[in-house]
Design a protein around this ligand. Structure first.
Ligand code: NAP
Ligand code: MG
Length: 404
């Protein structure tokens, strides 16, 4: 076949450990044979991040701003152990955090559904996409342990020295206090990213807070979302026949459980942290979760939601066979290629992205899958594949699509 041409490049960010191994195989087996792959390559593997004092991560984020679309492999976020293991100059920050702060984006996580893997919640027949606000609240709080009697107050001093204070509590005995904040700017970009992504994927958007109890803090989130919706998105939503739906967080939980899925659920920072783990588990496996960072300006960065699968990598290094699921990483590529195709009006590329996903799902439906899925699937005769065999099975099916 003639290889599919690309017009503009994708920003490709390589990563670490087992996912770096999969990255190479995916390109060899599923991309190079079918498309004239055009990428601007950035090596975000920990060794190169260390060598460049993490400059490479910043350059990659700037490149996403330039080209509009990126695809990223999972990367190690160093901790004390990793500093020793890789003999690092510094405990470099999380690349995802660095990229997110440069693009000011929101992360959307959605599960990939497979017929033979039933979600724990039986009525969830469509994916639930979770959008987590990634700034502030309890993640940037200040806390204090209180010993004995005294009063705790919250004080805001403006630039002219005027004070505004509220009593938190008159303590008669030991206790705890916490102060947290958020920024209207950040909530506004979060809201716009969510409304844009709802339009982009033609799904309803749900948002929930505890505004009845938190009449200023949570209510600000509610008001900002509603104002931006009314002023900027109402018409477009009407045209697409999608809806923006606001409710209280506890009501949202009840509705989510009873729903069929098929919408985006915008969550405040803590809700998103907790609920994304619940949703991922209920749909089956972390290895089937995709993740895309969308900036308010409309830059996209695709990746798998899982990490570098360190345990499998250490087995791989010992020469042992691995059965690591590459689906979420493949869907990161298909997501990025589809978006590239849409931006460039390149239909062949959009179609390739669709076919790559179709071939991947077909492979699993035919009973060929990695160990993690074999444990969840209700197919009787499952063939458990190693990491490479599984990707080769997908290639066979992709070739069949293109040879017919
Ligand atoms: P992980 O890589 O997500 O893996 C945790 C466990 O989940 C694995 O040991 C494996 O379970 C299962 N798993 C995850 N992905 C799988 C896949 N594709 N196929 C099969 N099983 C899969 O999380 P971690 O071990 O906590 O973190 C490892 C490294 O990844 C850390 O250095 C962390 O900093 C980094 N990380 C990066 C990102 C990112 O770049 N976005 C996100 C999270 C973590 P079994 O061992 O039971 O088979
Ligand atoms: Mg969590």
């Amino acid at each position: 076949m003639n290889k599919i041409k690309m017009i503009n490049p994708l920003v490709e960010m390589d990563g670490d450990e087992m996912t770096r191994v999969l990255w190479g195989i995916i390109k060899e087996e599923l991309l190079y044979p079918f498309i004239d792959l055009k990428t601007e390559y950035y090596d975000l593997g920990l060794e190169y991040r260390d060598e460049t004092n993490d400059e490479v991560t910043i350059l990659a984020a700037e490149a996403i701003k330039k080209y509009g679309v990126g695809v990223k492999c999972a990367t190690i976020t160093p901790n004390a152990e990793r500093v020793k293991e890789y003999n690092l100059k510094e405990m470099w920050k999380s690349p995802n955090g660095t990229i997110r702060s440069i693009l000011d984006g929101t992360v959307f996580r959605a599960p990939i559904l497979i017929d033979s893997i039933k979600p724990y919640v039986r009525n969830w027949t469509k994916p639930i996409t979770i959008a987590r606000h990634a700034y502030g609240d309890v993640y940037k709080d200040v806390e204090m342990k209180i010993k004995g009697k005294g009063k705790a107050e919250i004080v805001f001093t403006d630039e002219n020295g005027n004070e505004n204070r509220e009593l938190i509590h008159n303590f008669n005995d030991d206790g705890v206090v916490l102060g947290m904040h958020n920024l209207n700017n950040s909530i506004e970009s979060f809201a716009r990213s969510c409304f844009n992504f709802a339009i982009d994927t033609k799904q309803d958007l749900w948002f929930a807070t505890k505004d009845t109890i938190s009449k200023k803090y949570d209510h600000t989130f509610k008001d900002i979302f509603q104002d931006i919706f009314n002023n900027e998105y109402k018409e477009k939503f009407k045209e697409l026949k999608i809806e923006y739906f606001y409710t209280l967080i506890d009501d949202a939980i009840a509705r989510v459980i009873k729903s069929k899925g098929g919408y985006i659920w915008a969550c405040k920072n803590y809700d998103g942290d907790v609920m994304s783990d619940m949703v991922a588990t209920a749909f089956g496996s972390l290895a089937m979760m995709t993740s895309v960072l969308v900036s308010p300006e409309g830059y996209y960065e695709y990746e798998a939601a899982h990490g570098t699968v360190q345990r499998h990598y250490y087995n791989h290094l010992k020469g042992k066979e691995t059965s690591t699921n590459s689906i979420a990483t493949i869907f990161a590529w298909s997501g990025a290629l589809r978006k590239r195709g849409e931006m460039d009006n390149n239909n062949d590329l959009v179609e390739f992205a669709n076919n790559l996903e179709k071939a991947s799902i077909q492979t699993i439906n035919d009973g060929y899958m990695t160990k993690d899925l074999a444990l969840l699937s209700d197919i009787d005769n499952v063939s458990v594949m190693n990491s490479e065999e599984f990707i080769k099975q997908i290639r066979m099916r992709l070739e069949t699509i293109y040879n017919n």
